[in-house]
Design a protein around this ligand. Structure first.
Ligand code: THG
Length: 368
């Protein structure tokens, strides 16, 4: 018997949906927040075409929630982000850069406001809870911080409205982008938001209570049988087309939000309580930036490491962090970090790929 590709121990956590995901034929997994995140179910390209034409259910339990509750909850969250939270509504979700005192990216979570004194931070792949706990103790804040038994299940694709309407009723379909509502799910009120890591539109159901996971999964698949609902997962092709950045790849701990292209979420005039505020004031004009790139030549295999980017004169000017062939755009689409002198749309560069050197052109916008 050959050794499994991923040695399974309790450290590598399963999700409430893992048995259903396995039965649906997950072809592989990645590890995200010490947990299993399924990859493709058919092929990357088949999953992509289906996501853009039908509806998929994604086990994104790896988007762990950090609950911050108590009189100082807002103060603590605002210390970690330059996005101004003062006018956030009780039913709102915000995409927020989370930064350290030097203004460097610690994570790029979705923040959910559940009440004036209660938030969920829906994290990307880094142990952000440890930072909150350190700050709360160091500043003697009156909050409690923990990882609740909450596991998001995303419903994404053009038929997501239809499927969610059938299962949870028309009220939830009326929810606006990045707003949430409490809806009865498996006999208990749970949060459903119009959000998700695709640009096809859809919802995220924040399952509360792992024991209800399989019943929720089965209900969605029964109700959506005639819609050709399938198991899916965040799709590399679709998310590069849409310009959704991946923390750990496209954005790293060395990037500032300005370098990551998230300057629109930095409200430095008002969010002065952010611990990175002074540092960010000095970094508003970055010397490098995350940019959309098109790579010439035959279809490329997805990148598993950074590819060096050089100018036409051979000087290293950045790197590509994500790249894949897009069937719909008939091009190799990519995301990279590029130095200031070379980041303008139309600039021609060279990428060192495992399939040899390739011409690269900086684009002015993402594809979708
Ligand atoms: N959903 C939830 N949690 C998450 C993710 C998610 N945590 C990790 C990761 N994904 C966080 N990253 C992103 C990145 C982009 C978006 C959401 C999460 C996104 N951005 C929109 C855009 O850029 O157009 C809208 C941003 C806005 O206007 O606020 O949707 O997917 N629960």
């Amino acid at each position: 018997m050959s050794a499994p590709l991923l040695a399974r121990t309790p450290r590598l956590r399963e999700t409430p949906f893992s048995r259903r995901v396995e039965a649906a034929g997950a072809k592989g997994y990645t590890v995200y927040n010490h947990m299993l995140l399924p990859g493709a179910f058919r092929s990357l390209e088949e999953d992509y075409a289906h996501l853009k034409s039908a509806v998929q259910v994604w086990d994104v339990s790896v988007e762990r929630q950090i609950e911050i509750v108590g009189p100082d909850a807002l103060r603590l969250v605002q210390m970690t982000t330059p996005r101004d939270l003062a006018r956030m509504a009780d039913d709102q979700c915000y995409y927020v850069p989370a930064v350290d005192e030097a203004g460097r990216m610690l994570n790029d979570p979705v923040l959910l406001k559940l009440a004036e004194d209660r938030y969920w931070v829906s994290i990307a792949d880094s142990d952000l809870m440890l930072y909150y706990k350190g700050l709360a103790n160091g500043f003697r804040l009156n909050v409690s911080i923990f990882e609740p038994d909450v596991s998001p299940l995303a419903v994404q694709g053009p038929m997501a409205n239809e499927l969610i309407g059938r299962v949870f009723g028309p009220d939830i379909v009326a929810t606006r982008f990045f707003r949430h509502k409490r809806v009865p799910v498996e006999g208990r009120d749970m949060v459903i938001a119009r959000s998700g890591w695709s640009v096809q539109g859809g919802f995220e159901i924040y399952l509360e209570g792992s024991e209800h996971g399989e019943a929720l999964w089965d209900r969605l698949f029964e109700a959506g049988a005639d819609l050709d609902v399938q198991a899916g997962s965040p799709n590399l092709i679709e998310r590069i087309e849409g310009g959704l950045l991946s923390y750990g790849s496209d954005i790293t701990r060395t990037h500032t939000p300005f370098e990551a292209g998230l300057g629109r979420f930095c409200h430095l005039d008002t969010a002065t309580a952010c611990l990175g505020h002074a540092a960010l004031l000095e970094q508003r004009d970055p010397i490098r930036k995350v940019r959309p790139l098109e790579i010439g030549g035959d279809p490329l295999q997805p990148s598993s490491r950074f590819w060096t980017l050089s100018s036409l004169s051979g000087e290293a000017v950045g790197h590509i962090s994500s790249a894949v062939w897009s069937p719909d755009f008939q091009a190799n689409i990519a995301i990279g970090t590029v130095g200031r002198a070379h980041w303008h749309a139309g600039t021609e560069l060279v990428a060192e790929t495992p399939m040899g050197d390739r011409p690269v052109c900086v684009r002015d916008s993402f594809w979708a």
